[in-house]
Design a protein around this ligand. Structure first.
Ligand code: C2E
Ligand code: CA
Ligand code: CA
Ligand code: CA
Length: 275
């Protein structure tokens, strides 16, 4: 049994080395990826639940790795955050999303909103609000067309500093959303202190671990409360008609999910908006 334990230990050690090496390789190729223009944005449509029209989209980064092909964000955003590379990458995402959305609005002649994911590291940069202002000014995108998605943990990390930064962003006229709402346990008190406009309900808010839909009265009461606080509610990860009907009945405002549209390259979203 002792030998077995030692073997197991060796096995884990080898595994860790492999994982650490893969991570290091990814980190090394992440560094020049921006300059080599290996990133692109895909867009997932966001639908108004009353009109069922596409009213916006979420920008989601994709990495076209020269050897590994498409690397999903879950595999590199964490590394980008730890190394600080998320700051220049996030800056690129913001500008690219503003630029492409401005062009879509011009093409289709109607308002389209874009949501951009912002990491804690970006929000902690004192110059972040100035960068947002410049991205809007340089691309000519109306501030009201831009929404920034922030996670609960990024918001409550340093509430004092976050409140000041969100105040600056609000003054620009951009919308502020809490992403993955319902996955943290931070309560609601922070919402009163921050100028938040939108709550994005995580999939797990509506779907339980066993796959069953949450109690209707619970979700409905939550949406009503959010509305009373002047917050609009967007449901994420809608995959079935059953969930869609449930959310409409609960007077949820907007939704996103594979049922309504997968993240698509810009060309795909263009044909979705046109058709
Ligand atoms: P997120 O912000 O919560 O984005 C939603 C994720 O759920 C996306 O995964 C999307 O493709 C996926 N999704 C959409 N509809 C459905 C559905 O019906 N069912 C299920 N199961 N999933 C659905 P994706 O694109 O792989 O992105 C994963 C995460 O990576 C994002 O989660 C976000 O946290 C991060 N991320 C993506 N792009 C960026 C970025 O530009 N900057 C930063 N900081 N993070 C990003
Ligand atoms: Ca998001
Ligand atoms: Ca989310
Ligand atoms: Ca998420």
């Amino acid at each position: 049994a002792k030998a077995e334990g030692r073997n197991r230990y060796r096995f884990f050690e080898a595994e860790m080395t492999v994982a650490a090496r893969a991570r290091m390789a990814l980190e090394l190729s992440l560094r020049p990826a921006l300059a080599r223009e290996e990133f692109e944005l895909h867009y997932q449509p966001r639908v108004d639940l009353r009109s069922m029209a596409v009213v916006g989209m979420e920008a989601l980064i994709r990495w076209r790795h020269p050897q590994q092909g498409m690397v999903p964000p879950q595999q590199f955003i964490g590394i980008a955050e730890e190394t600080g590379l998320i700051v220049p990458i996030g800056r690129w995402v913001l500008r690219e999303a503003c630029r492409q959305t401005r062009r879509l609005i011009d093409e289709f002649g109607r308002p389209i909103r874009v949501s951009v994911n912002v990491s804690a590291r970006q929000l902690a940069q004192p110059a972040f609000a100035a960068e947002v202002r410049e991205a809007l000014a340089d691309t000519g995108l109306a501030p009201s067309a831009l929404e920034l998605e922030l996670t609960e943990s990024a918001l409550i990390e340093d509430l004092e500093r976050t409140a000041a930064m969100l105040g600056e962003l609000q003054a620009l006229g951009v919308k502020l959303a809490v992403d993955d709402f319902g996955t943290g346990y931070s309560g609601l008190a922070y919402l009163r202190r921050l100028p938040i406009d939108v709550l994005k309900l995580d999939r797990s808010f509506v779907l339980q671990d066993d796959g069953r839909i949450s109690a209707f009265d619970f979700v409905k009461a939550f949406v009503d409360m959010a509305h009373a606080l002047q917050l609009s509610v967007v449901a994420e990860g809608v995959e079935t008609v059953e969930v869609l009907d449930f959310l409409r009945a609960a007077s949820c405002d907007e939704a996103q999910g594979y049922l309504l549209g997968r993240p698509l390259p810009l060309a795909g979203l263009r044909s979705l908006l046109g058709g």
